[in-house]
Design a protein around this ligand. Sequence first.
Ligand code: KIV
Length: 271
Amino acid sequence: MPEKKITVPHITALKAKGQKIVMVTAYDYTFARLLDGAGVDILLVGDSLGMVVQGRKNTLGVTMDHMIYHSHCVARGAERAHVVCDLPFLSYQASKEDAIRVSGAALKKGKAEAVKMEGGEEIAETIHAVVSLGIPVMGHVGLMPQRVQQMGGYKVQGRGKDAAKKVLKDAKAVAQAGAYSIVLEGIPLELAKQVTKEVPVPTIGIGSGPHCDGQVLVCYDLLGMFEDIAPKFVKRYADLKKTIGAAAGAFAEEVRGGKFPGVEHSFLEKK
Ligand code: KIV
């Protein structure tokens, strides 16, 4: 594990070395510090913050200002991990100029080191325009949450021959356009294996099986804090919902019972 800051070349080299990439979402300074300290390679400031932080039903209402605010908070806590800022719905799709402007803002104001865009062939030119100006882009194909209305829910993508072909074509177009890595979300594991074999850049899977070059989970999911939705692909590595409930309950009991604060938690007049 390098002591130094993880960079784009370091991430792309991991695929050749056969070393798995670990990405976790983060939205604030404290989580960024904890995850960075745990050796996570990439902190993704995901637009999933619309759901887990802001309590929305989906990610569509998230704005670039929200992303910049949270990205800057995360960047302050990331000593070693590479920081990626997601571009929210309709901040980059309408024109290359929009994409360049918001990507630049993610780096200049949000202090991120790369941006992430959902989309396949149809945004390849946009990715190329942004990358050609020196801004690293992480792609995102398969299940694209920003298209939830079109999909009619969060449904596995790429099932069946034609749909699989489309996902493969999208991933290749995104890689060809210059993306340095690609998130593969919600596709069958056989397809993820094929994409991973056929694209030259690292794939980072979520709900796409074990053959991707890396894996990503939403931090609140892996810590067992978010239960509004429980997708099959989520593994909970802790039960912080229970821990937080117990700690807050104990605090409430001690305050109500006059046990907290004691003298040891109080200031005394100097003698
Ligand atoms: O917004 C997000 O958190 C994401 C990951 C789940 C890949 O896009």
